[in-house]
Design a protein around this ligand. Structure first.
Ligand SMILES: C[S@@+](CC[C@H](N)C(=O)[O-])C[C@H]1O[C@@H](n2cnc3c(N)ncnc32)[C@H](O)[C@@H]1O
Length: 400
């Protein structure tokens, strides 16, 4: 057991730092004085449970979810929303400082008032059905459906997820009641899918192959229910508008490349402001969707390519560098070295980088600055309130 100064981290649970050793403790707020009990040691840090709060932060809140302490899904429910957003901004700042990225200011983390019941997609899991403790011999039952615990891969039973929309919760509850009530014939564990396409329509899809159409700022985006599509429709239009505004800033940009384009969200949203747009994405099915989405929205100046992001540079060789924007929105691991090297050689006037991991974004930003760019804009978004996840937009302009 020990008492220490507390800090916060975007990577795992909150950390209680008794220098030089880092102790990760879920449910702690920076500045609080706490008693913790270490249960596991790693080479660089330990993990501990919170035993007692000796001095609570004024920003401590009662988590709205009754299983917040156990469920690994939402890690920051014990903090007020304003403190969550303050920390999201601060963690972006810390990541940039860690990689020596220079900038003039970071905008405050932008979110909406919908901090619960906002998530349009839920993917709860269950483990391999076990021999029943409920009576009948040889019958197997699913014991729990929900999400991984904070401290292990074990599934905690979740009857309702407070960050999911009411329609998604209703569909989830109906499916779970059925799965739990009957003997199971399933041989393995599985992940379920519940996805709502639009907030004004309560229809929820559970088959990952079925097409859904979501309207964002008047444009229709059709995608398979199991494919990637952003899932906070309250923040999404704000995020897209901001990205487009940054891409067209100055009204002189004529060509746009959207790398890691998914089903075409950014490319198609920005298309009317550009002469030519090319999107690239490694998932063939997403490119099929993006191409269909261009036709469905009567957009004819965009083409989509199914290939790894590095493949874009062969196709956009004729883009005028001084009026070209390259948008990147890679997965959590960030951009590959190979992609970045080709990006520097291509040398567009502007790079607009959306990321769901401030650490890999900061790492890539350091390389971009070395290649002759300066940071002109940084805007974190609270796409996932109550969780430690941070979305962040950074813009880089080529130095003259
Ligand atoms: C964060 S998503 C962004 C999608 C899109 N911008 C959107 O907002 O809907 C990242 C996308 O990168 C794609 N991806 C992953 N690795 C890739 C690679 N090496 N080259 C191109 N796309 C890749 C994934 O399939 C996924 O669609």
């Amino acid at each position: 057991m020990g008492i220490g100064r507390t800090d916060v981290s975007s990577h795992s649970s909150n950390s209680s730092e008794t220098k030089p050793w880092v102790i990760m403790v879920p449910g702690v707020i920076p500045g609080e004085k706490v008693v913790v009990k270490i249960f596991r040691n790693f080479p660089n840090y330990s993990e501990a449970d919170l035993v007692e709060i000796l001095q609570a932060s004024p920003e401590r809140t009662v988590p709205p979810c009754p299983i917040a302490d156990a469920c690994g899904g939402c890690q920051w429910q014990h903090m007020s929303i304003s403190l969550q957003r303050e920390w999201k901004t601060r963690l972006v700042q810390e990541a940039l400082e860690q990689y020596g990225v220079t900038y003039s200011e970071i905008q405050p983390c932008l979110g909406t008032d919908e901090t619960l019941h906002y998530r349009s997609k839920l993917t709860p899991h269950y483990q391999q059905p076990a021999k029943s403790k409920r009576g009948v011999q040889n019958e197997k039952h699913i014991e729990a459906i929900g999400f991984q615990k904070q401290t292990s891969r074990q599934i905690i039973d979740v009857t309702e997820c407070l960050i999911a929309t009411p329609a998604v919760n209703a569909a989830y509850q109906a499916a779970r009641d059925q799965l739990l009530s009957e003997p199971s014939t399933k041989k393995k564990g599985a992940t379920l899918l519940f996805r709502q396409a639009n907030l004004d329509d309560d229809y929820v899809e559970s088959d990952h192959r079925v097409f859904l159409t979501t309207v964002v700022d008047g444009l229709k985006f059709t995608y398979r229910a199991g494919n990637f599509f952003q899932n906070n429709y309250y923040v999404l239009p704000i995020m897209v508008q901001e990205l487009v505004a940054q891409a067209i800033k100055g009204d002189q940009m004529t060509h746009l490349a959207d790398c890691y384009c998914g089903s075409g969200l950014f490319a198609l949203s920005a298309a009317k402001h550009f002469d030519r747009v090319v999107g690239i994405e490694v998932n063939d099915l997403a490119i099929e969707e993006a191409t269909t989405n261009a036709v469905a929205n009567s957009i004819s100046n965009v083409e989509f390519l199914s290939a790894s992001a590095e493949g874009i540079f062969k196709v956009i060789q004729d883009f005028p560098r001084e009026t070209s924007v390259v948008v990147v929105d890679p997965p959590r691991k960030g951009c590959s070295e190979e992609f970045l090297e080709q990006l520097y050689t291509f040398s567009p006037q502007r790079i607009v980088y959306m990321s769901c991991d401030p650490t890999t974004q900061a790492r890539d930003a350091a390389g971009i600055l070395k290649a002759g760019y300066s940071t002109t804009y940084i805007q974190p978004f609270d796409l996932f309130p109550q969780t430690r996840h941070i979305e962040c937009l950074m813009v880089f302009e080529k130095k003259v």
